[in-house]
Design a protein around this ligand. Structure first.
Ligand code: SF4
Length: 113
């Protein structure tokens, strides 16, 4: 949900995306709209799905945003994401406290700072 003008409302996300799609179909330049949309609609959506509760017909705009985030990633990232989702339990255990994976990631993250 929008907070102090930081982000679009779910309805704004849908109407903006519809306009970008229309312009794309009509051969118009979508880059200026797309640049704003990426931040105001995609990057600032929490993906929480609460919009479906407030929407009178149950539209969950977060699903659109999650699909668009997936489109921005490459094929490899999508394959890895699907594999992790399909094996969430083992992956979560592998990344739990004290696991070698978590220790390695934590060290790499700390080294970057
Ligand atoms: S998923 Fe959450 S943050 Fe994204 S549009 Fe819906 S309510 Fe707003």
């Amino acid at each position: 949900m929008p907070v102090g003008g930081l982000t679009f409302t779910p309805r704004q996300r849908i109407t903006s995306w519809r306009e970008i799609a229309r312009r794309g179909r009509d051969g118009e330049d979508t880059a200026p709209l797309r640049a704003g949309y990426d931040h105001d609609a995609i990057d600032t959506c929490a993906g929480c799905g609460l919009c479906a509760l407030a929407c009178p017909v149950g539209i969950e705009t977060g699903r659109l945003v999650k699909a668009q985030r997936g489109e921005r990633l490459g094929a490899l990232a999508n394959r890895i994401g699907r594999a992790v989702a399909a094996n969430y339990g083992p992956c979560r255990s592998a990344c739990g406290r004290g696991s070698p994976v978590r220790t390695c990631c934590t060290r790499r993250w700390a080294a970057r700072r």
